[in-house]
Design a protein around this ligand. Structure first.
Ligand code: MRU
Length: 358
């Protein structure tokens, strides 16, 4: 399985995903500005992966701070937090990583500055290690919803490359394959940045998981022909009411799935669920530059001067979502908010595989 990101001797090494699949090149980010640049420029992308990059960016940013006391240390960290928070607005994982770091620091405020710096390095490595374990747990829960012989459609890349490893949407796929199920994956190419084509198809092929690449506008035809059994996608931010922000085109796929009575699942680690956001309408949606639409790898494909909208994410209303696969189990979108209730009986509300077509 490909390594997306790691923290080695104070340097954040990230795989430059803009070069895939033609070149496998790791960039050494030597300071937090460079980590932020990597997030903005999509060297690293995918909600959990940019959350991990944030934790690592904070850790290396902290090493440069000269402070005599806790308050000055936190003051020194503010620009680090703000720079990372300003990179991409939709994935909640960046905010999640900042909040997690702040929480750790407030619990350890009596430690020395040197100790706090060391703790932030440990924490960043822990965020990475936990993410891989969470994806494996998501995989184990989700695999129960995939039958031997199934064809699974996915959109964008919610795989190893979008996470610390194993992937969220690819978690159930990988786990089903590990269980010996013979399954097929259909990957939407995912215009304009082509994450499905360049990344999902590549990483699944690297791991010998059967994958077929389609253009985004082919999904409807395959669903109509009955060639797809279920969809599993990732999420950048899922609101408490079960509305799901994910890569542009996810909403269209979800509507097509409903029309064709094909279950539509979202793999969502708790780090991507924003319990404070009551509804998907409130999720900030990133719009990116026109060149991603007008050019492909530097080659212009649209008329000079054409007006462009490049909306990077859409929101799929909860009514199109069959189930949300988390590390705590699989839940109907309307039950998602209960995960945030202390001592809630999750076993009682958990969705079972046999209910998947209801
Ligand atoms: O613009 P990207 O490539 O960062 O968008 C990524 C996605 O939309 C993923 O599906 C999402 O982040 C989930 S990744 C596990």
């Amino acid at each position: 399985m490909v390594k997306t990101i790691e923290l080695v001797d104070g340097v954040v090494k990230m795989l430059d995903q803009t070069k895939l699949p033609r070149e496998v090149i790791y960039v050494d980010c030597i300071d937090y500005y460079m980590v932020a640049e990597g997030i903005k420029k999509l060297w690293i992308r995918g909600a959990p992966a940019i959350g991990i990059a944030t934790a690592m960016g904070i850790a290396i940013g902290a090493q440069e701070i000269r402070a005599e006391n806790f308050d000055d240390f936190i003051k020194g960290l503010e620009p680090v937090f703000n720079t990372l928070l300003s990179t991409r607005p939709t994935a909640v994982n960046i905010q999640w990583a900042v909040n997690r770091t702040k929480q750790l620091l407030s619990e350890k405020r009596d430690e020395s500055i040197d100790k706090l710096k060391a703790l932030l390095i440990d924490e960043a490595n822990r965020v990475l290690a936990e993410d891989i374990e969470i994806n494996k747990t998501i995989g184990a829960w989700g695999a129960g919803f995939i039958k031997d012989g199934d064809t699974v459609i996915t959109h964008c890349n919610a795989g190893s490359l979008a996470t610390g490893g194993y992937g969220t949407a690819t978690g159930p796929i990988r786990a089903a394959v590990e269980q010996g199920k013979k399954i097929q994956v259909v990957a939407d190419e995912t215009r304009p940045v082509l994450q499905g084509c360049r990344l999902t198809a590549w990483e699944l092929m690297e791991d010998n998981i059967p994958v077929t690449l389609i253009t985004d506008n082919t999904a409807g035809a395959l669903l109509q022909k009955g060639e797809i059994n279920l969809a599993i996608v990732g999420t950048d931010r899922t609101a408490a009411n079960g509305d799901v922000a994910n890569k542009i085109g996810t909403y269209s796929l979800a509507v097509l799935c409903k029309e064709n009575r094909v279950p539509f699942y979202v793999a969502a680690p708790l780090s991507s669920i924003d319990f404070a956001m009551s509804s998907g309408d409130l999720i900030p949606i990133e719009e990116r530059g026109p060149e991603e639409v007008t050019s492909i790898f530097g080659c212009r494909i649209a008329p000079e001067g054409v007006k462009v909208r490049n909306i990077a994410f859409d929101v799929t209303p909860a009514r199109y979502v069959t189930g949300i696969i988390t590390e705590k189990g699989v839940f109907r979108p309307e039950d998602l908010h209960k995960l945030n209730i202390k001592d809630a009986d999750l076993n009682a509300i958990m969705m079972r595989a046999e209910e998947s077509h209801s």
